[in-house]
Design a protein around this ligand. Structure first.
Ligand code: V47
Ligand code: SF4
Length: 391
């Protein structure tokens, strides 16, 4: 096995801190760590200690396999009735002349522009526009499926869904059933931010709360759909708020088993109402990924979203518990560019992603949204000119 960090067994055996030693022993015995132990890892665990443990767990579960997919995003609108303080992307409904609003035909044209290309997933997420209601999105889902039935539609956060269902006066269960029947295949992880009301009321007071978010994902899981979950870190939250967030997700996962992937999202501070808050350091980012791997023991996958972290830091996460780096994206999302990411035009070819993963001695595997393995690139030379042109 490849490891950029130290042997966890000797690190744990030699650690002087009794609490950290006990937690380390539990992890190496494959026992679940508890709330306070999660907080202790954040408070006292060095980068080396957390990294060695998280890398060990990652390699136990996935070896060197590192997943990516071929996807593109559609952002129907950046007009939004909500006013999350960290958001650099939305234009308030009152200032909608500064925003964009795509028609169903325009979104279908985006899908059609990928005809003949081997993309497997479209990720649809945007602001909450009062005129884009449940009927509008059901028609969108049906039109995409009618055009390209095999394209996996991963779409809408509970923020968007909650608003649509309320306006349509349907229950969450009924709304999810209608969306699923129209072609919605799975839910992305957005809108979760930090669940605890102490923080939520300061950064995104007016949108769906923790219980509403979890209820919608549970309803999706009960219909047999899978979903992801995010956590927005590195702003005003304390370590225990992060663990509280992870605990709520871990409990729902115990109940339904419907989550695929946990995605920590680093707060970026450009052009938003929280711009005065400094961004977290790379060391804090890696510690966050490592604790996520250690705490979220029932989530199979931990993802680093490269358009937000940048390519080199995404590479580094592969030694800190991460086994997925999302997809090709094709410069089709604006959320992170507008929030200050160094990735201003996020697009990577399959060859770029494969090279990035191989550079750090991991095994690149193209996956579908539900982690079905499409192609193992371990022995594929993506620099071979004829092949490279097709990737
Ligand atoms: O919920 C908004 C975040 C999320 C900022 O499921 C910000 O595969 C940092 O959830 N700094 C939406 N983050 C994106 C999302 C996502 C992305 C990639 C893959 C998947 C998946 C899901 O973006 C929002 C919010 O937490 N966000 N503004 C900001 N300034
Ligand atoms: Fe609207 Fe989403 Fe931005 Fe919040 S994060 S203001 S819900 S677009």
């Amino acid at each position: 096995m490849i490891s950029a960090v130290s042997d966890p067994f000797s690190l744990v055996a030699n650690t002087q801190d009794a609490q950290l030693k006990q937690i380390g022993e539990k992890i190496l015995n494959k026992e679940r760590i508890l709330f306070d132990e999660g907080v202790t890892l954040f408070e006292k665990g060095s980068l080396a200690y957390l990294g060695a443990l998280a890398n060990w767990v990652r390699e136990q579960k996935h070896g060197n396999k590192t997943y990516f997919n071929r996807n593109f995003h559609i952002e129907p609108t950046n007009v939004c009735v909500f006013s999350c303080k960290f958001c650099s992307y939305s234009r308030l409904y009152a200032h909608r002349e500064e925003g964009w609003e795509l028609s169903i035909q325009q979104m279908l044209d985006i899908v059609k522009s990928y005809d003949g290309q081997p993309v497997t997933e479209v990720h649809i997420v945007g602001g909450v526009h009062p005129k884009m209601d449940l009927d509008f999105f059901i028609e969108l889902l049906r039109s995409i499926k009618a055009h390209r039935p095999d394209l996996h539609i991963k779409a809408f956060t509970p923020v968007e869904l909650d608003y649509m269902f309320r306006k349509a006066k349907v229950s969450i269960e009924e709304g999810m059933r209608l969306a699923h029947e129209a072609g919605l295949d799975s839910l992305p992880g957005g809108g979760a931010e930090i669940f605890h009301p102490e923080i939520r009321k300061q950064i995104c007071e007016d949108k769906v709360d923790a219980d509403g978010w979890l209820h919608i994902h549970k309803a999706a899981h009960q219909l047999g759909m899978h979903s992801n979950a995010t956590l927005l870190y590195g702003h005003i939250e304390k370590f225990w708020h992060r663990i509280d967030h992870m605990e709520r997700l871990r409990s729902l996962q115990d109940e339904t088993g419907g989550f695929n992937t946990f995605i920590p999202l680093k707060f970026r501070n450009k052009d938003n109402d929280m711009s005065h808050i400094a961004e977290s350091s790379v060391i804090e980012d890696m510690r966050m990924y490592a604790v996520s791997r250690l705490y979220m023991d029932n989530f199979p996958h931990i993802k680093a979203y490269w358009p937000m972290l940048g390519r080199q830091n995404a590479q580094l996460t592969l030694s800190f518990g991460v086994n997925d780096i999302d997809g090709t994206i094709d410069d089709s999302t604006k959320i992170y560019a507008m929030a200050g990411s160094e990735e201003q035009t996020p697009a990577m070819s399959t060859a770029d992603l494969v090279r990035l993963i191989k550079q750090v001695k991991r095994q690149p595997i193209e996956r579908g949204t539900l982690y079905n393995e499409i192609r193992d690139y371990t022995h594929v030379n993506v620099d071979e000119p004829e092949l490279n042109a097709t990737l």
